[in-house]
Write a protein that binds this ligand. Structure first.
Ligand code: ADP
Ligand code: MG
Length: 627
């Protein structure tokens, strides 16, 4: 037998190929791309040497969209055609986004499925399309510098992004033709960038104050594995808000009443520049004549700025406190990682150090740290590093569950559960002969459906008709590594199945999340009472239902008139109690009716046993005759 040559000597047929992986920080204000080269993560500059790509997209009437610094330069002249901070609009509904749009001077339109869109000279543009333009530019930059198509990308999102916002980010990547390995929470990426995994263990707080969002995360590192213990923050608080308070103050000082949209943009840009300078300088002069005809030169001191932004900084610390409480730490925080351009503000650094009682880590550029961490993760995920190098776990911010009888919520995945996660629970039918089951998926901490947020509905059909309680329906919740939720329901006997991927039509901002959490704490006692009442009503209702159908079948045959009347009277009393709110009275009456219907129940039992036995003997008799 001849030998079959499969490769030239000294040449492997499958050379170990390093895959091209990138990490992308798709920021509200600035976006960056990084990759791992020779074991080190580096951010990639554009042809002019700039690393940060302003997350700004200009849609003019004729040309292709302009992205980045050149788009930023057009913002003042063409405010409505120049989209900034589109990340704030990702995965959000029209109504939801109104306030942000007013601040940004955009014209909104209703997009697909009630989602928001912007009206520009270049047409109706969705936040997903605008984000895809940013991703396209970064992707091209990577292809040019690395030399070849990208095999996989990790894109970062704020920890608070919900399912709709994460899905929108993925959609943008698809539109840009980027193969996404997974989405990664920004604070988690920052901790990875600092290589804190090398310490083996410890508790890490990641404080990320960017242009548009604030995130705080508490991570625990155990045996080299990061677990996100808790996350918190504010999706509508960042450097933009610092700019806005300074801009408003400048406007007040200047004596002008109102401004044109373009002028306001320019004033904000001046305020931002002044704010950034004040991170180094102690005073700066803002020349308003560049913004407004006849505007004066106004001097701002760092102290004045600090006075103005103090309440905003305080808000971040309150979120830190809540997050620490959520994390239920028994030990202290070992490291604090600072992320985002706004952590350059000296007051922010001092306030954070003071709050946590230790100096934060500042070694890696706070603008680049997220992209660097994402690149490290991407490198691992494409398989450029040995297996099991690093495992990252994230958590879901609010509990997920389904509606059960009595409009109660059954929680299936509790809040702060690490993802990916899969949880199943068994349910059954409530009525005899029930062939369909409505599954209503809700999010929140409260006991009643009306106090939670509705995410999706679907129906499982094809359940074989059976007596109530006999069917076995398995409901499975699956949250993938990107935080996307899939729910399926399966009837065990027939295998009938139905499922849904949850893409809610608009997102929750963190104020709403915080509000929902606070409500769940303050209503805990009420909720318990409401739940008990609902449960008691339910069991009363079940007893009445069962008795009613039993009476219809056997009432005349097995009970004498006064027995029937006595039961009917009790049932009417229970029925009227159900309409009231007295849990105790409903329970007592239900128990009483249960006892008093025992005779009827045992007669029915005897009857059915007699019938069954009669059937058997007849059959066997027949058999004997036949033989
Ligand atoms: P995002 O994550 O939202 O894209 P970045 O992390 O890029 O935001 O941060 C941008 C914000 O950082 C802007 O509000 C910018 O004004 C602010 N910033 C950048 N440099 C400084 C500085 N030296 N001092 C104060 N703020 C700064
Ligand atoms: Mg950021």
């Amino acid at each position: 037998m001849a030998l079959l040559q499969i490769a030239e000597p000294g040449q492997s047929p499958l050379p170990h190929q390093v895959k091209r992986a990138v990490g992308i920080d798709l920021g509200t204000t600035n976006s960056l791309v990084a990759t791992v080269r020779g074991g080190r993560a580096v951010v990639l500059p554009d042809a002019q040497g700039a690393v940060m790509l302003p997350s700004v997209i200009h849609y003019g009437a004729a040309d292709a969209p302009i992205v980045g610094a050149s788009a930023l330069a057009l913002a003042a002249l063409h405010p409505a055609d120049t989209l900034m901070s589109v990340k704030r609009f990702m995965g959000r509904g029209r109504n939801d986004a109104e306030e942000d749009a007013r601040r940004s001077h955009y014209s909104l339109a209703e997009g697909e499925e009630g989602m928001v869109s912007f009206l520009t000279s270049g047409g109706k543009i969705s936040p997903v399309e605008a984000s895809a333009e940013i991703l396209r530019v970064l992707s091209q930059r990577a292809v040019d510098t690395i030399g070849g198509e990208i095999d996989g990308a990790v894109i970062t999102v704020p920890a608070y992004f919900d399912e709709a916002q994460r899905q929108a980010t993925k959609d943008a990547a698809t539109l840009a033709g980027l193969p996404v390995l997974r989405l990664m929470n920004e604070p988690t990426a920052a901790a990875v960038a600092y290589g804190l995994d090398a310490d083996g263990q410890g508790v890490i707080a990641v404080y990320d104050l960017g242009g548009g969002t604030f995130d705080i995360s508490i991570l625990r590192l155990h045996k080299g594995v990061f677990e996100v213990l808790a996350t918190g923050g504010d999706t509508a608080l960042g450097g933009d808000d610092l700019d806005a308070v300074l801009a408003d103050w400048l406007l007040q000082e200047s004596g002008f009443e109102t401004l044109e949209a373009g002028e306001y943009r320019q004033l904000q840009a001046s305020a931002r520049l002044a704010k950034e300078k004040l991170s180094e300088a102690v005073t700066v002069d803002v020349d308003l004549s560049e913004v407004l005809p006849g505007g004066a030169v106004i001097s701002v001191s760092r102290e004045k700025l600090e006075q103005m932004i103090q309440p905003l900084v305080k808000r971040t610390l309150l979120a830190c406190r809540r997050c620490l409480r959520d994390a239920q730490l028994e030990e202290g925080v070992d490291n604090i990682v600072m992320v985002g351009g706004s952590t350059r503000v000296p007051l922010v650094r001092a306030a954070v150090a003071d709050f946590f009682g230790r100096t934060p880590l500042l070694g890696i550029d706070p603008d680049q740290v997220v992209a660097v961490g994402a690149a490290v993760q991407a490198d691992i995920l494409v398989g450029n590093r040995p297996e099991g190098d690093l495992l990252l776990l994230d958590v879901i911010p609010l509990s997920l569950g389904i509606e059960t009888m009595g409009e109660l919520v059954e929680k299936i995945v509790p809040r702060n559960t690490t993802i990916p996660v899969s949880r199943a629970q068994e349910f059954t039918t409530y009525k005899d002969g029930q062939t369909a089951l409505a599954v209503h998926i809700v999010q929140g901490e409260r006991e009643m459906v009306s106090d939670c947020r509705s995410l999706a509905h679907f129906e499982l059909r094809g359940i074989p008709p059976m007596v109530a309680g006999a069917a076995r329906i398995q409901v499975t919740f699956q949250v993938d590594a990107d935080g996307l939720l899939g729910v399926s329901a399966r009837e065990e006997i027939t295998g009938a199945e139905a499922s849904v991927m949850v893409k809610p039509s608009f997102g929750l901002n963190d104020e709403e999340i915080t509000g929902m959490l606070q409500a769940s704490f303050s209503h805990a006692e009420d909720d318990k009472r409401v739940r008990q009442l609902a449960e008691q009503r339910l069991s009363a209702w079940q007893l009445l239902d069962g008795l009613k159908s039993a009476l219809e079948k056997d009432g005349d045959a097995l009970l004498v008139a006064h027995e029937r009347e006595a039961l009917a009277g009790q049932m009417t009393e229970l029925q009227s109690l159900i309409d009231g709110e007295d849990t105790h009275a409903i329970r007592q009456k239900t128990e009483q009716l249960g006892r008093e219907s025992e005779t009827f129940a045992s007669r029915r039992m005897d009857k059915s046993i007699r019938e069954a036995l009669a059937g058997v003997s007849l059959d066997s008799l027949d058999d004997e005759v036949m033989q």
